[in-house]
Design a protein around this ligand. Structure first.
Ligand code: NAD
Length: 243
């Protein structure tokens, strides 16, 4: 299927990054299961309204495994897919930034839930590297304010209670509509609107391939491969130069 396709759209979820040591949120060993308050760090209402919670959120970011993690062979295989010329668009629900770290280019990537490696102001347009803001926290600022306007800073990720960027979602939907193969990797396909990409592709008569460790609601309509992505992807996308 990969060999025959020439415009592949890829959708990735938390499962592509577990082999980089980043736990999911709600699984048995998930971040939010172990520390229920951590979920509030991503709620815009709680974050904006509770200064003490923000102080704990900044401390949590200092040790967030997603900021220290390195890409695995799954991310690297997708860089190979881009180099082969077959990648139409890589849409990710992940906020760990590992596709960019691995080498996927900005123009081929939609991070629909944002990227934790960047900090942003909640009031003005200021954005900057998360590590530079974390340096201020390490230096003793417990809740660093925007250097431009003094307002509250947060990670450049979409919090609960915030809307997704409609342009990013539209780009994802358009890629699902125009691709000739949709690859869904390491996602439960339960988070909307991105999960809508599957029915959009199926509606065009486009094949959908799901590589995931467990069942999804769309398995009956797709070609399904079970296993670990850091092992499967190098095999499936391995030598695209022969395709
Ligand atoms: P999910 O946690 O709901 O599902 C992940 C899926 O991947 C599960 O079905 C699991 O069985 C599978 N999986 C786990 N490890 C795997 C592996 N090595 N190989 C193959 N499959 C594997 O994740 P989701 O559907 O992406 O949605 C959850 C939400 O949480 C998203 O919005 C996402 O932004 C966020 N999230 C992001 C990160 C991250 O950035 N790395 C981590 C956790 C959660």
């Amino acid at each position: 299927m990969v060999a025959r396709a020439s415009k592949i759209c890829v959708l990735t979820g938390a499962g592509i990054s577990t082999d980089s040591g980043i736990p999911d949120f709600r699984g048995p060993d998930g971040l939010w299961t172990r520390d229920p308050e951590a979920e509030k760090y991503s709620s815009i209402e709680h974050y904006m309204g509770d200064a003490a919670l923000r102080v704990r959120a900044w401390q949590f970011r200092l040790s967030n495994p997603a900021l220290q993690a390195k890409p695995n062979l799954g991310h690297v295989s997708l860089v190979g897919l881009e180099r082969s010329g077959k990648l139409l668009l890589l849409v990710t629900q992940n906020i760990d930034g590992l596709h960019l770290v691995a080498g996927t280019s900005h123009k081929k990537l939609e991070e629909v839930h944002g990227n934790i490696r960047e900090a942003m102001c909640t009031s003005c347009d200021w954005r900057g590297a998360m590590n530079e803001t974390l340096d201020r926290v390490r230096g003793g600022e417990t809740d660093p304010a925007c250097m431009e306007c003094g307002a509250i800073l947060k990670s450049a990720t979409v919090f609960f209670g915030q809307s997704l960027d409609p342009v990013r979602v539209q780009n994802a939907f358009q890629a699902a509509e125009t691709c000739d193969l949709l690859l869904c990797l390491g996602t439960t396909l339960a988070v909307y609107p991105v999960a809508e990409m599957v029915p959009i592709a199926l509606g065009q008569g486009t094949r959908v391939m799901i590589l995931n460790a467990e069942e999804t609601q769309f398995d009956a309509s797709a070609y399904v491969v079970r296993g670990s992505l850091s092992k499967l992807l190098p095999e499936i996308l391995g030598d695209l130069s022969e395709c």
